[in-house]
Design a protein around this ligand. Structure first.
Ligand code: NAD
Length: 331
């Protein structure tokens, strides 16, 4: 048995976490769980966004299943996600987007993986007020952070038999910062002659992704573009309810859905827990529990194919709990 830390989060977070844990338990995943409430609601209750014991738990287990947290816009505390990624140096944010035959979208056969650099770029959150009408935000790109995310993308390509890695950037405008990222990409690409490599400017990438998604395989990109591009790839496969992610560093790993706390549907019991569930499958695979992950993935595929218990984001009328029960029945 392996113990993992679980953060329940805000909005739809507790609902989808409960569903995912029930499915993991039904699948007899060999896991013990240490649960913590974190986020804006926890702050209002107890004065800490992440209780000390929650950090301590993660520092003991090194593996975290995290549900979304609400971050105030334009004011208030720094994003907890950004805090966690920096505190535990979770430098690689890996977001696989794969079409599922049961979820019709204008696109089919999508099979893309975004490698988003997770620790720097504009997300360092350093902003200066020059005067009431002028704000400067600092974008940081370093060789160290760029090398490790780019190398991670190529290593993944080799390990998973993928064909191509594309560097997504804006080096035509940000000649020094994105220029450094691109030149490091070209250096590292030479070490992997068996993997095709190319680069695209981020705006062109957005257009190409919806015109010719088949031309992409793995994308590696600085933090901000990775955030935007991976939401776009979730749209290609049927929405945010379906896109999982893993955030890994040298010592820690955190698994979470790409979507946020969805306050517009919180408490309505209609949230789709699949993205968090697939993140949990990535967690199981990371721990070497590939058979349990496979059983859960197959159960989800069966439920999606049946189309009887789809949540509203996928065109159905099922509640989160009905969907959960259908997955459990297949597991
Ligand atoms: P969001 O991802 O929460 O929601 C966008 C849209 O997608 C909404 O209409 C929502 O109902 C829908 N949606 C999202 N997840 C869904 C699911 N599982 N099932 C069905 N529908 C789903 O984005 P937002 O509204 O821009 O952000 C809400 C809050 O979440 C903000 O405070 C934001 O900062 C935060 N956020 C947190 C994370 C995270 O914790 N990793 C990520 C993104 C946003």
């Amino acid at each position: 048995m392996k113990t993992i830390t679980v953060f329940k989060g805000d909005g739809i977070g507790p609902e989808i976490t409960d569903a995912v844990i029930a499915i993991l338990q039904a699948a007899k995943a060999p896991l013990n769980y240490e649960f913590f409430n974190v986020g804006a609601a926890e702050y209002e209750r107890n004065g800490a966004l992440i209780p000390k014991e929650a950090f301590t738990s993660f520092e003991r287990t090194h593996v975290l299943l995290k549900s979304p947290i609400t971050t105030p816009i334009g004011k208030g505390f720094r994003s907890l996600n950004v805090t966690l990624r920096n505190k535990y140096d979770l430098y690689a944010n890996i977001r696989p987007a794969k079409s599922n035959d049961a979820v019709p979208t204008p696109f089919s056969h999508i099979d893309l993986v975004t490698f988003r650099e997770n620790t720097e770029d504009l997300y360092v959150g350093v902003e200066y007020k020059i005067n009431a009408d002028t704000i400067h935000a600092i974008k940081i790109i370093t060789r160290q952070a760029s090398e490790r995310i780019i190398r991670a993308a190529f290593e993944y390509a080799v390990a998973h038999g993928r064909k191509r890695v594309t560097c997504v950037h804006k080096a035509n405008i940000l000649k020094m910062s994105d220029g450094l990222f691109l030149s490091i990409f070209k250096e590292i690409a030479r070490e992997y002659p068996q993997i095709e490599s190319d680069d695209k400017i981020v705006d062109n990438t957005c257009m190409q992704l919806v015109m010719h998604p088949e031309n992409f395989d793995i994308m590696v990109t600085p933090n901000l573009y990775g955030d935007i591009i991976s939401d776009l790839t979730s749209g290609l496969i049927g929405g945010l309810g379906l896109l999982p992610s893993m955030n890994i560093g040298k010592d820690y790993a955190m698994f979470e859905a790409v979507h946020g706390s969805a306050p517009d549907i919180a408490g309505k019991h209609i949230a789709n827990p699949t993205a968090l569930l697939w993140s949990a499958c990535m967690l199981l695979e990371y721990l070497g529990e590939t058979q349990t992950a496979f059983a859960i993935r197959s159960a989800v595929d069966a439920v999606l194919a049946e189309k009887k218990y789809l949540t509203p984001d996928l065109g159905g009328t099922a509640t989160t709990e009905q969907y959960r029960n259908a997955v459990i029945a297949h597991v």
